[in-house]
Design a protein around this ligand. Structure first.
Ligand SMILES: C[S@@+](CC[C@H](N)C(=O)[O-])C[C@H]1O[C@@H](n2cnc3c(N)ncnc32)[C@H](O)[C@@H]1O
Length: 217
């Protein structure tokens, strides 16, 4: 199964994916912060850790031995995320911080970063040229999805941790930024997304990426 976008609940859909068939997972689950943007857009399951975190058991199963999962997370729920990742079998081997030039909100501090854990299944090989774990943030504009990540922050991770043709999975695909980054990097992709409207958007987005790659070839 590759270059597929599947509309459904990843805690169920991932059960249909073969064990040890995926090379790399790069994902951005709900943060459990009751997110609502200025226009009122929300994220499905952002109040329901139980409907999200059990997906990591399946993520671990479908990953090949000695591979990585990079997962964004909400720092407010770090304990729940870490418990789910560790009980799935993952070992944290790195932590990435993206520094924003603007504050996404302000309370005790101006909140100016996004973050992701790097989680190992087994003992993945080390990259020849490791990236810095502090990266510049690129604002996506959130035009298609309220928490859309920019392709430019995802593609370097895919390029460092996978080879051309390998399979990248995003079980919480949203607008499909991970899948677009994988396609642009010459990797295969599998995306799962609960909301049908975002799956339709991803199909259109990936068709555009294919047209771009064909024209550039
Ligand atoms: C933080 S957003 C991902 C945004 C994405 N990184 C992007 O760049 O557009 C999380 C997504 O997970 C989806 N989601 C929530 N629970 C899910 C589930 N159980 N299975 C599949 N998708 C789910 C939501 O609908 C939402 O689009």
């Amino acid at each position: 199964m590759k270059n597929r976008i599947i509309n459904g609940d990843c805690t169920e859909v991932l059960k249909t994916i073969a064990t040890e068939s995926v090379d790399f997972v790069l994902t951005d689950p709900p943060y459990f912060v009751r997110y609502k943007d200025r226009t009122g857009r929300t994220i499905r399951n952002d109040r329901h850790p139980g409907a999200v975190l059990k997906a990591f058991d399946e993520v671990y199963r479908v990953l090949k031995p000695d591979s990585l999962c990079i997962s964004f997370y909400g720092w407010q729920a770090v304990d729940a995320f870490m418990q789910a990742w560790k009980s799935a079998g993952f070992t944290p081997v790195g932590h990435i911080v993206w520094h924003k030039s603007y504050a996404s909100s302000a309370r005790f501090f101006q909140y100016r970063h996004e973050q992701a854990y790097v989680l190992a299944k087994g003992r993945p090989s080390l990259p020849a040229e490791p990236l810095s774990d502090v990266q510049p943030w690129i604002y996506s504009g959130n035009r298609s999805h309220p928490t859309e990540k920019a392709v430019g922050i995802l593609k370097p991770l895919i390029e460092v941790f996978t080879q051309p043709g390998q399979v990248v999975l995003d079980p919480f695909a949203g607008s499909g930024s991970t899948l677009a980054a994988a396609a642009l990097a010459g990797r295969s992709y599998i995306g799962v997304e609960l909301e049908a409207k975002y799956c339709e958007l991803i199909e259109r987005r990936l068709a555009g990426v294919s047209r771009y790659l064909r024209a550039a070839a």
